[in-house]
Design a protein around this ligand. Structure first.
Ligand SMILES: [Zn+2]
Length: 257
């Protein structure tokens, strides 16, 4: 029933020109978001318990997943009713700006100015609200990203060791993730992966994600037991961290995409 959603958006034009295949009105569903009509993609997921709305990471389309018994019309209404929320999300999704001299870069919740100096060292250095970096301008963005990723790995490793002590777990293997949507994951073999972009978020937000994944070492679900365990493991305000991710998480995709 949802096959039509997977057809290319302009398939109808081509089909209408073929007399053997009469032009059928094919609904191309859209949602008006901030004055733009975005394609609406509805997906039925057998395991879904409720409707989930999100904007594609690049802002190209609106996606709703619904339970197998859900109706596409309901998904449409669900998305339309939340067009203000979608518009706010869309506002934070611009084409990733290339990080250049004078740009600000979020780092552990602070906005740092990229202070490029031809004579400075290639390896970035933090200096009083600025990141001082030298080397060729070409590839500056890549260099800054590599530096942030290395810093992320160091911070995550510290966080992981800390929360494993709190949770009385052995420290599992740690990996950086470059996922477009997920902040962290805990594989069945215990490997924990954390999205490198969290190095740009405030410390308590980054740490909450690591604590969340550590709590999964004991509870591989989101049961009340998991949340109780997480509350014991994490010293901060989990709800506040989750709110931050919901509201501002997308902004972490701004500098490097
Ligand atoms: Zn989880």
């Amino acid at each position: 029933m949802i096959d039509w959603l997977r057809r290319p958006p302009f398939a109808r034009t081509g089909r209408a020109a073929t007399p053997a295949e009469p032009a059928r009105p094919e609904p191309r569903r859209t949602v008006s978001v901030g004055g733009r009509d975005l394609p609406l993609v509805v997906r039925k997921l057998r395991q879904a318990q409720r409707m989930t709305l999100r904007l594609a990471p690049d802002g190209r389309e609106v996606r709703v997943s619904i339970p197998a018994w859900g109706r596409v019309g309901e998904a449409e209404a669900f998305a339309r009713d939340r067009s203000d929320w979608l518009a706010r999300q869309l506002a934070t999704v611009a084409a990733p700006s290339l990080v250049e001299p004078g740009a600000t870069l979020p780092y552990r919740g602070e906005a740092l100015v990229v202070n490029w100096q031809a004579t400075a060292r290639r390896t970035p250095v933090l200096d009083d609200g600025a990141i001082v970096v030298g080397g060729p301008l070409d590839g500056l963005s890549r260099r800054l990203q590599r530096w942030l990723e290395a810093d992320a790995k160091r911070l995550f490793a510290d966080d992981l060791a800390h929360y494993c002590t709190q949770a009385r777990e052995d420290v599992p293997p740690l990996g950086l993730s470059r996922a477009q949507r997920r902040w962290g994951s805990c594989a069945a073999d215990g490997t924990i992966r954390v999205n490198w972009r969290l190095v740009m978020a405030p410390d308590f937000v980054r740490r909450s994600v690591v604590a969340h994944e550590v709590a999964h070492l004991a509870h591989f679900d989101h049961s009340p037991a998991f949340h109780a365990h997480l509350d014991r493991v994490f010293e901060g305000d989990i709800a506040a961290a989750n709110r931050w991710l919901k509201r501002s998480g997308r902004s972490l995709y701004q500098p490097f995409g």
